[in-house]
Design a protein around this ligand. Sequence first.
Ligand code: MRU
Length: 366
Amino acid sequence: MKIGGTPYRTIWPNADGWSVTVIDQTALPHRFETMTLQSAEDCAQAIRAMVVRGAPLIGATAAYGLAMALRADPSDASLAAASALLAETRPTAINLRWALGEVAAAVRDLPPSARAAAAYARAAKLCEDDVETCRRIGENGLKLIEAAAGVKEAGATVNILTHCNAGWLGCVDWGTALAPIYMAHDKGLKLHVWVDETRPRNQGASLTAFELGAHGVPHTIVADNAGGHLMQAGLVDLCIVGTDRVTANGDVANKIGTYLKALAAKDNGVPFHVALPYSTIDWSMKAGVGAIPIEERSADEVLKMTGRLPDGSLATVEIAAPGSPAANPGFDVTPARLVTGFITERGNAPASEAGLLTLYPERRAS
Ligand code: MRU
């Protein structure tokens, strides 16, 4: 996607053939800055600090991190140590472990001298595949937006609510939940997006709004608590969110607050769609509620906020009663029964084990 007319991806290999550059998402929307990652430790730190975030992008970054570790030391011990280092950076998104597994599988049986090149090739392919996968998710989700437009008066605006950032900044390009929105907008459909601010880190207000604004998609940032009211008032035609892990029965882990939006959507008869690539499905986990590991992040993210001062400098301020403790679960799990359907690169299906298996029949037990 473009920023100021220049096409960007969120991660790209450098001319040196071994380091990568990423967009520093902790500086957005106030500053557009990039960061060069040169080692597995750099990649792990970028994921931990959320310089890069979003399930597909942390997978892509981890894949390159493992390649960098093998360039430095291609031994089995290095492969195991770097995989463990990168895997423990964030626990909820399954794409991270999936991507590490893909790179490990590509190199494990090779002689050490051939491992780094094979790992870089696998990481690059994984990024290319992610772009194509997200493009297809966009095409499939577009059908749902067109259907929503079809039941409204001709020319009426379709209102979509989204949570967190499941746009191109969370992937390599296009995004998952936002890809259908970009395609519908580019096709000339009249759209408006309600953007949940997504406390405590404000991925909606700072990243989703930034992306949509850069592409010219009409949108409005709302406080996280506004969604139920908007749905009751008939101001939301459909919700589309991304996900960090979908279990075999269709339960959905996503940014904290997603579950509340799904409850409100169910109560108000608003379709609630989840967009995902195949790499987000955890087939090994039967059901998600109480089972998917939920990342607990620093209390500081709840107790403080960072923003831009009138002089342009950034500042972090305390917003809570001094001395009060805070808890900060980063994700929640929405039971499949609250999800209208999945949007994937293979098509759309009900959020259930049967629905997933119609899209991925090769996963049926033989
Ligand atoms: O904590 P984050 O910003 O990494 O959380 C991201 C989300 O919850 C996204 O919705 C999800 O990863 C899908 S990104 C295409």
